[in-house]
Design a protein around this ligand. Structure first.
Ligand SMILES: Nc1ncnc2c1ncn2[C@@H]1O[C@H](COP(=O)(O)OP(=O)(O)OP(=O)(O)O)[C@@H](O)[C@H]1O
Length: 258
């Protein structure tokens, strides 16, 4: 009698995988126009189910026909998003032991980050005072190798003076983004994907859109210094994270990198 509430380990795994899949799809579509298409499809699906339950033969027939034939149409409409999704999955570095443990957040007790966030934030503070534009991307679980190839690779231990001299206005390396992996600067002059989100305020230019773009497509976090205002922004998951002061910011970045 209680057959229907029998729950196997496989069911739990099934639900978990669907939840992860939905999370990645949401992360990918958040803030883009594609989310409206998904809402539209979900509404049609809901109406179809209601018309089926009410036995409204003609309408449910038409909607069912539309939805069943729609898979190919969906692939065409979401071509870009499907590409980005596969890229996101493909660039996740599951083989790295630290990254693997990072995926299992609940096991995350003593696994600290190697990255000296204090040095990065100190450099940002100095660049903020001198109004030096900077865009620093910190790699987390998703590998940024596909972006590193667009810039100049290097392998320099992170340090405050080096960060400042890279972004110094007359430096040949100042343009584009800098990528940090495991306390090393691994690339400069990197070209990031520009976000097409309609929610970004008009006053933000390409530097901000590029930072938002990379944080939408991967789980990297960005620190950005505005050349115009000297303002420091912390960007994560396609949005701006607010902070009250630099200690607070350091704490936030450190926590996110754990
Ligand atoms: N796709 C990109 N990838 C990496 N860096 C980029 C990209 N596009 C622009 N940038 C960087 O942003 C700079 C231009 O910034 P722009 O003035 O348009 O942006 P902004 O968001 O208004 O920033 P700011 O407040 O510093 O002026 C470029 O000089 C370049 O270094």
């Amino acid at each position: 009698m209680l057959d229907f509430i029998e729950f196997s380990l496989l069911d739990v795994l099934d639900i978990l995988l669907v939840a992860i899949l939905l999370y990645y799809i949401y992360k990918l579509l958040k803030g883009t126009v594609a989310i409206n298409i998904v809402i539209g499809i979900a509404l049609i699906f809901l109406i179809w189910k209601i018309t089926q339950a009410l036995k409204m033969e003609m309408l449910s027939g038409i909607l069912g026909y539309l939805l069943s034939g729609g898979v190919i149409a969906l692939i065409i409409v979401f071509q870009q998003e499907i590409r980005k999704f596969l890229l996101m999955i493909g660039t996740t570095n599951f083989t790295n032991k630290r990254n693997f443990l990072k995926q299992l957040k609940f096991l995350q007790t003593e696994i600290g980050s190697d990255i000296d966030t204090e040095t990065i934030i100190e450099a940002c503070q100095k660049m903020s005072k001198s109004k030096t534009g900077a865009l620093i991307v910190i790699e987390r679980t998703n590998s940024l190798d596909f972006l590193i190839n667009t810039g100049d690779t290097m392998n320099a231990l992170l340090n405050d003076a080096l960060l400042q001299s890279i972004f110094y206005k007359n430096s040949p390396l100042h343009d584009g983004a800098l990528i940090i992996r495991d306390n090393y600067i691994v690339a400069t002059r990197v070209v990031l994907p520009i976000s097409d989100s309609t929610k970004i305020p008009a006053r933000f230019g390409l530097r901000h859109r590029a930072a938002i773009g990379v944080s939408e497509k991967t789980d990297a976090v960005c620190l950005l210094v505005s050349e115009e205002t000297g303002e420091i922004s912390y960007i994560k998951d396609g949005g701006f994270e607010l902070y009250a002061n630099y200690t607070d910011l350091n704490e936030k970045v450190r926590k996110d990198l754990m």
